[in-house]
Design a binder for this molecule. Structure first.
Ligand code: FHN
Length: 488
């Protein structure tokens, strides 16, 4: 087999340092604006958000599904009776664990034969959950391709399964009305020309070949699956890629020329100075910010006016199937609250699933998906096509606003002991009508307070039903019975 000689010594320490740097420090570091504008050839080519219909659709998704699937799913994060999750390792990284000989991992493809894989069932589960888009791992860091690639033989055709899994997934989800985005790891442990850094002339020569290989594979993916709505890049944090700003720029333009409207997040690009995500002038490179991994912005100011999505694991960490899930497993209520929080701050929330090697999902994931879907059935109006409302955040939950309508939604997760929810519209807006989204005939009364604020008092029965959604129909102008301010 080609591309099998590369010895990767990615230790878990390096993984976690990368993770911490990437997920914790990125927004804080990257957005500090330099005083004077630097002239860049390969910086951002657009200031501000995209304004086209494809991006408007992306913005309205609200909820998405991520799927990590590959030969790592066979190990399930365990080797020789030991669990990688016990030492903080993510299951899809198990090849980098010292316990696992590369020869063992690199032979896994010979056993990859997902007999119970039913792409239509996967798509039906995602649809019931309310996901509007899927991000699917075509190739993770190990380099194994779930599609038949002309550029490597480390692909699905060499497995006993043989069939094109990417096609099966793209077709089933597209048919179910769910948009598909392809995850692609640039870092490829299986390729002899992959380099972490370019220290010698030989490194650069090898990496030039690797760049061509990457371009060929991506072109192949978009040509094979033209209904693809976008690409989700990963594994672009190493120096070799940071030193390839001009290439990443031309690659992005090439890919966008293949599918008009294609959406690509900020993980692909580097500028000529080695900055990633945002260029040396602090401008986002890409259609949306891709730095929100396993964390959610706290305030609207944190998103710097950009589109963004948050990708989240159900366990503490780990994306591929793990026999033993790491740390705390998020409950349905927590996942719903994160969805509401993301939409309230203008982002999408993407929940990861790690199917087993046989193609079935673990029961915990099935339960989460079902419960989320049941809630979405009643309340998704407050999630889809909604945006940041601009109202002062209150402790009971999150506001979202329907695009282009005079409707603000209160997604209530924590009713205070008083049973009363305070609301405070922005200046020059007042609430005209208040009712429950799930039963619009049930009007809620509003006690108007001084300063434009109001209370909604809830019955005990309603308090037990949270999370629930209250609709506020708004009008422009001042609330009528405002008291005169005290003269002091
Ligand atoms: O290293 C990967 C990880 O395995 C997983 O794929 C996540 C998903 O966002 N991305 C990387 C870390 O940022």
């Amino acid at each position: 087999m080609n591309h099998r000689n590369n010895k990767t010594n990615y230790s878990i320490v390096k993984f976690f340092l990368t993770g911490i740097l990437f997920t914790t420090l990125l927004p804080a570091i990257s957005f500090s604006q330099p005083k004077e504008k630097i002239v860049l050839q390969h910086g951002a080519h657009r200031i501000g958000k995209r304004t086209d219909a494809d991006m408007a659709k992306w913005r309205g998704y609200g909820l998405g599904q991520f799927i990590h699937w590959g030969t790592y799913s066979l190990m399930g994060g365990a080797y020789n009776g030991k669990n990688y999750s016990d030492v903080g390792g993510a299951a899809e990284w198990i090849r980098s664990w010292n316990e696992v000989p590369h020869s063992v991992y690199d032979s896994l493809y010979k056993e990859f034969n997902p007999k119970s894989f039913n792409p239509k069932q996967w798509a039906a589960m995602a649809k019931q959950m309310g996901a509007k888009y899927l991000t699917f791992t075509t190739k993770h860091h190990d380099g194994f391709c779930l599609w038949p690639s002309a550029y490597t033989d480390y692909d699905i055709t060499r497995s006993p399964y043989k069939k094109d899994i990417v096609k099966e997934v793209v077709d089933a989800y597209t048919e179910a009305g769910i948009d598909v985005y392809l995850y692609f790891s640039v870092m490829d442990w299986s390729h002899p020309d992959w380099r972490y850094d370019l220290k010698t002339k030989e490194d650069s020569i090898a990496f030039d070949r690797f760049k061509l290989f990457t371009k060929n594979q991506l072109t192949e993916l978009l040509q094979k699956y033209p209904s693809t709505k976008g690409l989700w890049f990963d594994g672009t944090w190493d120096n070799s890629w940071k030193k390839s700003g001009a290439f990443s720029d031309s690659l992005e333009q090439h890919l966008k020329s293949l599918i008009p409207g294609l959406i690509i997040g900020s993980r692909l690009r580097a500028d000529e100075k080695g900055n990633r995500h945002v260029d040396a002038n602090g401008e986002l490179m890409g259609d949306y910010e891709q730095g929100w991994e396993r964390k959610i912005p706290k305030t609207y100011a944190d998103v710097h006016g950009n589109d963004w999505d948050c990708v989240m694991t159900i366990p503490q960490n780990g994306w591929g199937y793990a026999k033993k899930w790491m740390g705390h497993w998020k409950t349905t209520k927590e996942l719903l609250e994160m969805t509401a929080q993301c939409v309230s701050l203008g982002g999408n929330f993407v929940i990861n699933f790690g199917p087993k090697a046989d193609g079935t999902f673990r029961p915990e994931e099935i339960k989460n998906a079902k419960e989320i879907g049941d809630w979405m059935k009643l309340n998704s109006t407050a999630i889809y096509n909604c945006e940041y409302a601009g109202w002062e955040k209150q402790d009971w939950g999150y506001y979202t606003k329907k695009k282009g309508e005079n409707k603000v939604y209160m997604i209530v997760f924590n009713v205070p002991v008083s049973g009363s929810l305070k609301i405070k519209p922005t200046n020059n807006t007042f609430v005209d009508k208040t009712y429950l989204l799930s039963s619009p005939q049930k009007k809620l009364s509003l006690e108007k307070l001084d300063g434009g604020a109001s209370f909604i008092h809830l019955s005990k029965a309603m308090q037990a039903k949270q999370p629930f959604v209250i609709v506020l129909e708004t009008k422009e102008g001042k609330q009528k019975n405002e008291e005169e301010k005290a003269k002091t």
